[in-house]
Design a protein around this ligand. Structure first.
Ligand code: ADP
Ligand code: ZN
Length: 775
């Protein structure tokens, strides 16, 4: 039976939680001081889409069990048992509400430490998101009621290597596709920690066992890891370059207090080696480390490198693991059995003990910004966490974000540079192919698949010389737009305001937002005319390369061609083994392995990302071009990069051409300053979704409520329909705010409180601080 009591709702005053902490709570790892009181009050963040926290009473019988950071079951609204998190101990009850009781304490062992709760409360405040949602997002999926069973304790590092004769035996595997893929990977990589294989092939265990049974792979175990040591002999112990040594010295000198470093170095300049050595130092001192990376599945070597160096001391947290594995890794951290965490975005909340070092690798990468679910930026939270934990933070990149560069210029971050590649190999020569020349004169047709004669020749030469090429285009499908020959109307999704993409192999027109399809031959919805495709996607590029090089081995890497981490790893392995000559794909080809055989990188159309209505479009384009160019010439042969573009003189393209980060940053900073965009000033988006009329009304209401809070440098952009006005039948509006400081934006947010609590028109409102997606 649901008790009908008035809900204990209070909007939390900022700082109230801090004042309400019980005495003695300042000492870490001691949370149960409150348990000595008879009737305990707890401040609870409920796992629901509500801002603020609620006060509950803990009945005497269970009071001794309650401690900070635990999960509890509480009655909430009409639910008799909602999950909540204990985030504080108020000393007096809020006035005018009848308190309800905590039903049950769910954890024997609190999943959150006090410092993690501090981090989440900071994020709640800054990102204007419900604390319960953040807390829920911070836990591994599948954490069970009692805080989890014993995690299987792994002691050894398992190594795996292809057996002699494995290459010859490959054909005999016939249709055992999984085994083939795993063996191909191993042949490409040699002897590696099984951890790397596990990252590359989340479902590869049975295949590995089968291969071992056939004698095609050799497994070995090493029992390593003295409590804090580095695995000697696990990695080649080279002497650091002077620049690396200087960076290591600067970072380790700062141990024990909070400071942030920007480690700026081109790919291959030895940044990862600096991370590894810094962490080794921290471990020697008995401290822990957290490493955030953008994407683990595409770069399995990275996890292998950490595991090879630190053995079982490393816990991995990423979505390629099953919920059980993730839970087990999380528990090893929480219990202090593993002291180093390597993970993606959400690992910024990982319960690493005695954190001394946080690393954010490729700090400029957009994937650190969470767009669905509670919006937060993991890089920025890593810096905040560093402050809370008195730890050093290293932000590494070849193309630092302008936000980070600005922080370095203002002296908030210390800049460390690794100016050249470790082996002094030159950066590849980048050359422009001006598509205006090819296409412009006399209205000639675009080259098939957008392969200019220059690029076609280069591909031919590369493959003839037995070398490899990567072609990058940031558009999936065969043709990106279908246009009616009679009336000129574009084929558009009925549910989303985007054009449909022609996928030739599947024979459909596909919406990339909602997945809706139409038969490819369907007549024009407006006039019944015949449709024709324009605009080149990766599928068409692949076809053009196959036509160009009939004997070449051509493969495509994008979300349509491969599904899941296993297939991706299998294809990348075949490319690494040089069984593929040309790899065509989306951004997926720009990350990933280090392919020594690649001497040519072609950017099919550099302009795709430039055209987006987004103030970061130029920065993203520069980063992408620099990253993809970095794939060329990593082996003994020199590499070259051909960039096809209609905008050869635009700075994002021109500076990538000359590998000139400084010049790009200089110009882009000036442009941003002129427009008042970040890093000069902050932004906040209010994103509205609803019916056509409802979304509009709601956005207009928000704007009206915001107007009195404007001025003093606070500007409002909009309300306006979003660039993609409709997704899945829901209309989207944005109201953007720009202000000199985050505090000013919070002022705007407060002014919008009443509207946000009861959005008019049945719409939903989401606030996004420091928004990344402008679509
Ligand atoms: P980044 O992270 O900047 O791309 P890495 O740390 O991965 O650079 O280094 C690139 C390559 O150079 C790796 O294969 C690494 O093992 C090697 N390497 C790194 N530092 C040194 C060094 N001081 N001497 C020799 N090789 C090194
Ligand atoms: Zn759609």
């Amino acid at each position: 039976m649901v008790r009908r009591r008035k809900r204990g709702r209070q909007s939390r005053e900022r700082g109230a939680a801090r004042r309400a902490r019980p005495p003695g709570e300042g000492r870490r790892e001691r949370w149960s001081a409150a348990a000595t009181l008879a009737a305990v009050l707890v401040e609870v963040a409920v796992a629901a889409a509500v801002r603020g926290t609620y006060t509950y009473r803990v009945p005497g019988a269970i009071a001794p069990e309650v401690s900070l950071g635990q999960r509890v079951a509480v009655p909430f609204g009409r639910s008799a048992r909602a999950t909540g998190y204990v985030v504080g101990f108020p000393t007096s009850p809020p006035r005018g509400v009848e308190l309800r009781d905590v039903v049950e304490v769910l954890d024997a062992f609190p999943p959150f430490t006090q410092r993690l709760i501090e981090l989440i409360r900071w994020a709640e405040d800054y990102y204007l998101v419900p604390p319960g949602e953040l807390l829920r997002a911070a836990l591994p999926p599948g954490l069970n009621a009692r805080g989890g069973a014993a995690a299987p304790r792994r002691r050894a590092v398992e190594w795996v290597a292809p057996a002699s004769g494995a290459a010859e035996a490959l054909p005999s595997l016939g249709r055992a596709r999984a085994q083939r893929a795993v063996l191909e990977y191993l042949l490409a990589r040699g002897r590696i920690p099984v951890e790397e294989l596990r990252t590359a092939f989340p479902h590869g265990r049975p295949a590995l066992v089968a291969l071992a049974r056939r004698g095609l792979v050799a497994l070995a175990e090493e029992i390593p890891v003295a409590s804090a040591g580095v695995l000697e002999g696990a990695a080649p112990a080279h002497a650091l370059t002077p620049a690396q040594a200087e960076a290591l010295a600067a970072v380790t000198a700062a141990f024990g207090s909070f400071s942030t470093f920007l480690l700026h170095g081109v790919t291959g300049s030895g940044k990862t080696e600096v991370y590894l050595r810094t962490i080794a130092r921290a471990r020697e001192a008995g401290k822990g480390a957290l490493v955030l990376v953008p994407e683990i599945a595409l770069t399995p070597q990275l996890s292998g490198r950490f595991r090879a160096r630190f053995g079982d001391d490393v816990a991995l947290l990423h979505s390629g693991l099953s919920p059980r594995e993730r839970h087990a890794e999380w528990l090893r951290l929480r219990r202090g059995e593993a002291r180093i965490c390597v993970g993606v975005r959400s690992a910024v909340f990982a319960p690493v003990q005695d954190l001394a070092v946080l690393v954010v690798d490729e700090e400029h990468d957009g994937s650190f910004k969470q767009e669905d679910g509670p919006p937060y930026h993991a890089r920025d939270l890593a810096v905040v966490r560093g402050k809370i934990e008195d730890a050093v933070v290293i932000l590494g990149s070849a193309t630092p974000s302008l936000e980070t560069l600005d922080n370095a210029r203002r002296g908030r971050y210390r800049k460390l540079e690794l100016p050249s590649r470790v082996d002094d190999r030159p950066l590849p020569a980048v050359e422009i192919v001006d598509l205006r020349r090819i296409r412009g004169a006399g209205g000639r047709r675009a080259p098939p698949g957008l392969l200019s004669p220059r690029l076609a020749d280069a591909l031919g030469e590369t493959v003839a010389a037995g070398q490899q090429a990567i072609l990058f285009l940031n558009r999936r499908g065969y043709q990106t737009v279908m246009i009616c020959e009679s009336c000129g109307a574009e084929a558009r999704c009925t549910e989303c305001s985007v054009s449909l993409t022609h996928h030739a192999r599947r024979g459909v027109l596909l919406c990339h937002y909602c997945g809706r399809t139409e038969p490819v031959g369907a007549p024009c919805a407006a006039c019944g005319g015949v449709r024709n495709g324009v605009g080149v996607g990766t599928e068409q590029v692949e076809e053009a390369v196959r036509d160009l090089l009939p004997r070449g081995r051509v493969e495509r890497l994008d979300r349509d061609a491969v599904s899941g981490a296993d297939e991706t790893a299998g294809l990348l392995a075949r490319f690494a083994r040089r069984e593929v000559d040309v790899l065509v794909g989306t951004q997926m080809v720009t990350k990933g392995h280090d392919f020594p055989g690649v001497t040519l990188v072609g950017v099919v159309l550099a302009d795709t990302a430039l055209a987006l209505p987004d103030f970061r479009a130029a920065e993203r384009t520069f980063q992408l071009l620099t990253q993809v160019a970095g794939r060329a010439g990593r082996g003994a042969e020199a590499g070259r990069v051909l960039v096809q573009t209609f905008n050869p003189t635009t700075p994002a393209v021109a500076c990538a051409l000359s590998h000139d980060y400084a010049a790009f940053a200089e110009g882009e900073m000036a442009r941003r300053e002129g427009l008042g965009y970040p890093p000069f000033g902050r932004m906040m988006a209010a994103r509205v979704e609803g019916s056509e009329a409802g979304a509009r009304r709601c956005a207009e209401e928000l704007a009206r409520a915001a107007r009195p809070a404007l001025g003093d440098g606070v500007a409002m952009i909009g309300p306006a329909p979003a660039a993609i006005e409709r997704i899945r039948g829901r209309t989207r509006w944005h109201v953007l705010f720009r202000a000199p400081t985050a505090a000013a934006l919070r002022g705007v947010h407060r002014a919008l409180g009443a509207v946000a609590r009861r959005p008019p028109g049945g719409a939903t409102i989401r606030f996004d601080m420091d928004p990344y997606s402008m679509l």
